[in-house]
Design a protein around this ligand. Structure first.
Ligand SMILES: Cc1ncc(COP(=O)(O)O)c(C=O)c1O
Length: 225
């Protein structure tokens, strides 16, 4: 998006006036690992700061299914504006992927979704939705979480809290404390869960633990009047 100033002052003065209040955003600590990686002259260096696969030459590993999908999209007819929901087929297929094609949720159509622009866009859209339709509610984020989650809900003016997640002693999941936080959260709270490959710890609940977490959410929801 570009803005054009229609006043009479020269551009240079104007630009200084306009931007002097805009500070430099704080750095994402994870990205500083990549900066340190590029600055390091060691021939044996490995960048572990980016959560993406690399081949033996340090190049991104692109799965064949992604290449196939890319080829299909390239061959598609050009789409003009989509509906406000985005691409409905994409939303439906995503729900099947998330819940399972044969799940009750999908078979009974008990889900709602919209296409969003990336993970960041999805979080922001949900935060806006939350503020508009549940303005008294708060979001619970795992401790720790991807640092931008805090910024996204703060910018959407939704209060956030954290729930126990990583236990530095066991270097694993703080499961008991996590369950207590879910049990004790005020009604109508929202929890942000990382379905897999938790960022930044890499610690995920086991399938059994997911079942218990899911059960506890259902118990809590059934108690809300
Ligand atoms: C947990 C989590 N949420 C959201 C995002 C943002 O996703 P995107 O890069 O698609 O905006 C990331 C990206 O690393 C993430 O790890």
């Amino acid at each position: 998006m570009m803005w054009r100033y229609l006043g009479r002052r020269p551009m240079s003065t104007l630009a200084t006036d306009w931007w002097h209040n805009v500070g430099i955003a704080p750095k994402d600590p994870i990205l500083s690992i990549t900066e340190a990686f590029f600055a390091d002259s060691s021939p044996n260096k490995i960048n572990l700061g980016v959560g993406a696969y690399r081949d033996d030459e340090g190049k991104p590993v692109v799965l064949q299914c992604v290449r196939d999908a890319e080829a299909k999209i390239t061959g598609c007819e050009f789409l003009e504006s989509l509906s406000r929901q985005g691409n409905v087929k994409l939303v439906e297929e995503s729900a099947k992927l998330a819940y399972g094609e044969n799940s009750d949720v999908v078979k009974e159509g008990r889900f709602a979704g919209v296409q969003a622009l990336s993970g960041t866009g999805a979080c922001r859209l949900f935060a806006e939705f939350q503020r508009r339709f549940r303005p008294e509610s708060q979001i619970y984020l795992p401790s720790p979480t991807w640092s931008n989650h805090h910024n996204i809900w703060r910018d959407a003016r939704v209060p956030s809290r954290t729930y126990h997640y990583y236990d530095p002693e066991s270097k694993g999941l703080h499961f008991g404390a996590l369950m207590d936080d879910v049990k004790n959260a005020p009604d109508h709270s929202f929890f942000l869960l990382h379905p897999c490959a938790h960022n930044p710890t890499g610690v995920d609940p086991t399938e059994e633990q997911w079942r218990e977490i899911s059960h506890q959410f259902k118990v809590k929801s059934s108690q809300i009047i």
